[in-house]
Design a binder for this molecule. Structure first.
Ligand code: AMP
Ligand code: GLY
Length: 418
């Protein structure tokens, strides 16, 4: 079997690592990939948004299954293009990916389907937004409608800050993505990432996980793409899981099917566990990064089989198996991240990482034979253990022996669970 993975981050490295464990897989390509992925797959210099190029490549190389990591090509319709060419691809169609591609679309769907989420209003001009803000008192959340690389959400402590955010969005800070703005009620509680395989009809939740979005320990400082994640989440009880399945995941998939956009692929619901029950903060139409890294270490079932069952509408027959214990991923970031950061710093110590720790690469490059930093989130030291504590010990033992100038990481991943 021949597989093509689209993307170049730690998530794609972890997916490739897991896909490669299926004995029927004899060739994996990754576009564009990274030096870590290159140890498992042949990297091809095609950009993730070069949909025509990717379709041609997959056709020429007789790819049996394409797996898409990032949201941008999904929202742009890569799945529709592959399916039109008669090729199997894991991910939602362009219409279904609107759940992530347009926050206004997602909110509208939730309201119509009665799915619990923050109260909201959508605007297309600054004046009306300001007038609405005057009727509120802080804190509120301001969201650019479209894709903004995870930066389009401002949690404003007061109305003055919210006005400032609205002004910037309509002034073009996020281009077209910010020409429609969603104002949302601020929700309090614990955040949890619930990913589920969906075949258009059946929903099979994966292990609950928790990301750490703030750069600083104790969840302080600016938001990042995610500084670390662990799974499972001990306070996500079986009762909450049942409620999420019946009140959120299943209604979402039913609503998408009823609207003529059956959802196939992995659905990521970012939830807030509030005093009134779980509520949806956002949907993503793909695997999470860094949630995927620990999740792939915990997954005992074969990922290729799960993806094929998803595509073929067979999830009803599937029972996912997990390794016991817990897993954690600690992100090693470049100096300055999430602001402007350094690149080109030499990375050493990967050969000293203890056995059992997987170091998934993200922002790395090879220059004159040396591995160097090339992005904000550089690596993710990932480990599994009998308990979260053990997994943390392992992952941090890996994080410590890796060196590059300016390396920084949070030393408190998993603190909310401990
Ligand atoms: P999103 O991209 O929608 O997940 O938003 C990014 C982050 O902003 C989330 O992970 C939350 O921490 C926070 N956030 C988003 N919406 C809300 C909300 N309604 N109330 C409180 N925090 C929120
Ligand atoms: N970890 C957050 C995300 O993947 O969107």
């Amino acid at each position: 079997m021949r597989i093509l993975v689209v993307g170049s981050g730690g998530r794609e490295h972890a997916l490739t690592w897991k896909l490669a464990q299926n004995p029927q897989v004899n060739k994996i390509y990754c576009a564009p990939g990274n030096p870590g992925i290159a140890e498992l797959a042949s990297c091809v210099p095609l950009k993730v948004d070069d949909i025509a190029g990717l379709v041609n490549f997959a056709r020429q190389e007789k790819i049996d299954l394409t797996v898409v990591g990032p949201e941008a090509p999904l929202v742009a319709g890569i799945v529709d293009a592959f399916e039109a060419a008669g090729m199997a691809i894991f991910g939602p169609s362009r219409a279904a990916a609107q759940l992530e591609g347009s926050k206004a679309f997602a909110k509208e769907m939730m309201v119509q389907a009665g799915i619990p989420t923050a109260r909201h209003a959508t605007f297309t001009d600054a004046g009306a937004t300001f007038a609405y803000l005057e009727s509120l008192s802080g804190p509120v959340v301001v969201k650019a409608d479209g894709l903004a690389a995870g930066k389009g959400v401002v949690v404003a402590p007061d109305i003055t800050t919210a006005r400032e955010a609205v002004k910037e969005m309509f002034a073009g800070k996020f281009g077209a993505a910010g020409q429609r703005v969603v104002i949302e009620e601020y929700l309090e509680g614990e955040e949890v990432s619930i990913l589920a395989l969906c075949d258009g009809e059946t929903v099979v939740p994966l292990m609950p996980s928790q990301d750490h979005k703030r750069v600083g320990e104790g969840d302080t400082g600016p938001n990042t793409g995610g500084m670390g994640a662990y799974a499972p989440v001990p306070f996500y009880t079986p009762a909450i899981a049942r409620e999420v399945e019946t009140a959120i995941l299943q209604p979402t998939v039913r609503a998408m099917a009823a609207a003529g956009h059956p959802y196939r692929g992995v659905l990521y619901a970012g939830l807030m566990l509030t005093a009134q029950g779980p509520k949806v903060l956002e949907y993503n139409c793909r695997f999470g990064d860094p949630e995927t890294q620990p999740m792939m270490l915990l997954l005992r079932s074969d990922l290729v089989e799960l993806m094929l069952a998803t595509l073929q509408g067979r999830l009803g027959e599937v029972k996912i198996e997990w390794h016991p214990g817990a897993a954690v991923g600690v992100v090693l970031a470049a100096d300055g991240y999430p602001g402007p950061y350094c690149k080109g710093e030499v990375i050493t110590g990967l050969d000293k990482v203890p056995v059992g720790v997987e170091v998934f690469q993200a922002g790395t490059a090879r220059e004159q034979g040396q591995l160097v930093t090339a992005g904000g989130r550089v690596l993710c030291a990932t480990a599994r253990g009998e308990s979260l504590k053990q997994a943390l010990q392992q992952a941090y033992a890996g994080a410590e022996v890796i060196h590059f100038a300016g390396k920084h990481y949070r030393r408190d991943i998993g603190w909310r669970a401990l």
